[in-house]
Write a protein that binds this ligand. Structure first.
Ligand code: AMP
Length: 219
């Protein structure tokens, strides 16, 4: 059986988190999301979490050693053996090269289908999406106070827990996150295009429209 490795690339708030959580259920592959893994490390009070916090609060990239070690441990776990959905990693050419090395080791002898799906979306939509974004403090489901409201204010439709705003979803930090994205991450579009792994997805539209487009490229 061919192992399916789906890597997601795109600017902050391009809709990757919403679509990849749904895709993880649809394909039954784990959703490995560095942002969430780092926020968990912060909440758990680990040493890595303490270091990561100061970078996240500035909208900068967390040092590569921390992120790479978290990702390598996660991708080696048994539930990733037939495939995974990687969201938020790699975020720089250095990280992409590290991922290549990691996967050479993890996938030795396996047949692999590796794709990078790039969420292509006009930048002017993104800042508002960030400012109005809320997520469930328990299950992580993502809402938007303008376009994807919960049925009851402040409460998750799925699990009834409280909705919260990420600390880095302020206008000021979001601007730094965009700068970091364009400087460090956007060069990966070309990097993966040259390798023949890139699939460009039109990520402009409502959640269900983008979902249908995504299914058409991953199935
Ligand atoms: P996200 O949830 O993907 O928006 O990520 C939130 C923050 O976590 C980013 O702004 C970075 O500070 C940090 N982060 C997430 N993924 C990475 C990564 N691959 N490398 C370095 N920092 C990361």
């Amino acid at each position: 059986m061919t192992k399916k490795e789906l890597v997601f690339l795109g600017p902050p708030a391009s809709g990757k988190g919403t679509q990849t959580s749904r895709l993880s259920k649809e394909l039954n592959f784990p959703h490995v999301d560095t942002g969430s893994l780092l926020r968990k490390a912060i909440a758990d009070g680990t040493e890595d979490g303490k270091t990561a916090k100061s970078y996240i609060e500035k909208g900068a990239l967390v040092p590569v050693e921390i992120v790479a070690s978290i990702i390598k441990t996660r991708l080696k776990e048994q539930d990733c053996a037939n495939g995974f959905i990687l969201d938020g990693f790699p975020r720089s050419t250095e990280q992409a090269e590290m991922l290549e090395k990691m996967l050479e080791e993890i996938d030795a002898g396996k047949e692999v289908d590796f794709k990078v799906i790039y969420f292509d979306i006009p930048q002017d939509l993104l800042l508002n999406r960030i400012i109005y974004r809320r997520s469930c403090s328990k299950c992580g489901k993502i809402y938007n106070l303008q376009s994807l409201k919960p049925q009851k204010d402040g409460v998750c439709d799925d699990c009834g827990s409280e909705l919260t705003q990420r600390k880095d979803d302020t206008e000021e930090i979001a601007k730094s996150r965009f700068e970091t994205y364009f400087k460090e991450t956007a060069p990966l579009i070309d990097f993966y295009d040259k390798k023949g792994s890139l699939v460009k997805l039109d990520a402009n539209g409502d959640v269900n429209e983008v979902w249908e487009r995504l299914l058409a490229v991953v199935k």
